[in-house]
Design a protein around this ligand. Structure first.
Ligand SMILES: *[C@@H]1O[C@H](CO)[C@@H](O)[C@H](O)[C@H]1NC(C)=O
Ligand SMILES: *[C@@H]1O[C@H](CO)[C@@H](O)[C@H](O)[C@H]1NC(C)=O
Ligand SMILES: *[C@@H]1O[C@H](CO)[C@@H](O)[C@H](O)[C@H]1NC(C)=O
Ligand SMILES: *[C@@H]1O[C@H](CO)[C@@H](O)[C@H](O)[C@H]1NC(C)=O
Ligand SMILES: *[C@@H]1O[C@H](CO)[C@@H](O)[C@H](O)[C@H]1NC(C)=O
Ligand SMILES: *[C@@H]1O[C@H](CO)[C@@H](O)[C@H](O)[C@H]1NC(C)=O
Ligand SMILES: *[C@@H]1O[C@H](CO)[C@@H](O)[C@H](O)[C@H]1NC(C)=O
Length: 239
């Protein structure tokens, strides 16, 4: 009885979150994200080629006020195998407002978020580029935050957005004191990774990935030199 109640609560909470399971902050409001005619919602897998320039954003209802979008990769591989993943800020744009009339983007009727004041991006859009290292599927997460009339929040976000590496969506949004009005995420998987596909076959097989990674590193003559190179590559990789 208790178990089934807990399960019902668990199912209900996963059903209403539009941010990835376990990610912070959680959004229970739906942000529509599309690259041209390709929807990028509900964690769906997108081919990297579809993600070349910043997506269109919209909401089912017209929002009052001014908003900022943060797009964060939650799955940056650790510099050293076995380390923790980190986050990278892929895009931060302020000055967004709902259009006055609805439009249809990728077959979905929305009030598109536009940039009428032509505010410069705090962090220019950076295309997803997951490397062939675990985790090979990355969750690109969008948080639409409410900055209406809040110059202190804008200053806080602008300062945080100056550093894209080792980002913390939870800390940055909390420090700015802004509400998340809507959220979304999509996946991009490294095209060379085992099991990678463009239509849902993203199940990462960490056993075979670890083996593949090991095999790559074994092809060199000097293990130590190669390990050093591996760290250097990890350090300079733009993800
Ligand atoms: C998200 O919102 C759009 C409209 O903005 C709607 O058409 C779509 O069905 C929603 N998706 C989910 C999973 O609720
Ligand atoms: C919506 O209409 C109002 C009133 O005409 C105008 O002030 C505002 O700039 C419009 N918003 C957008 C995003 O075009
Ligand atoms: C997206 O990637 C995550 C993390 O790798 C994975 O758990 C999830 O199953 C993927 N989503 C889809 C729809 O394949
Ligand atoms: C954003 O903040 C403004 C000002 O407080 C408020 O009027 C508006 O309703 C908020 N937007 C949402 C989606 O709650
Ligand atoms: C990343 O940021 C956290 C605090 O959010 C800090 O403790 C950690 O040392 C940072 N890591 C690196 C590699 O800069
Ligand atoms: C896939 O592997 C080929 C050959 O090693 C390489 O040239 C290409 O950049 C890789 N693509 C990705 C997306 O990692
Ligand atoms: C993962 O890959 C390994 C090695 O190819 C294989 O033995 C194992 O069955 C795979 N596991 C899954 C869950 O596909």
């Amino acid at each position: 009885m208790l178990t089934s109640c807990l399960m019902a609560v668990a199912i209900a909470s996963t059903a209403t979150a539009f941010t990835p399971p376990g990610a912070q902050p959680v959004s229970t409001k739906n942000l529509t994200v599309a690259f041209g005619n390709t929807l990028a919602i509900n964690g769906m897998n997108l081919p990297r080629d579809a993600t070349g320039s910043a997506p269109s954003l919209g909401t089912a209802e017209k929002l009052t006020g001014t908003y900022a979008i943060l797009m964060v990769d939650l799955d940056i591989p650790p510099a050293m195998e076995g380390g923790a993943t980190s986050q990278l800020l892929h895009w931060m744009q302020t000055g967004l407002e709902s259009a006055n009339t609805s439009t249809t983007i990728a077959g979905t009727k929305v009030f598109e978020l536009v940039n009428p004041s032509k505010a410069s991006p705090v962090a220019a859009y950076r295309q997803p580029n997951p490397p062939n290292r675990n985790p090979v599927s990355h969750r690109y997460t969008q948080f639409l935050v409410n900055t209406t009339g809040n110059t202190a929040a804008l200053a806080s976000l602008t300062q945080a957005g100056a550093t894209i590496r080792n980002f913390s969506a939870a800390n940055v949004i909390k420090s700015a004191g802004v509400d998340v009005a809507a959220g979304n995420w999509f996946n991009v998987t490294n095209a060379n990774a085992t099991g990678a596909g463009t239509n849902g076959a993203s199940q990462t097989n960490s056993t075979s990935q670890a083996a593949a990674g090991g095999a790559v590193r074994m092809t060199g003559n000097s293990g130590a030199a190669l390990a050093g190179l591996w760290l250097l590559v990890a350090a300079v990789a733009i993800l």
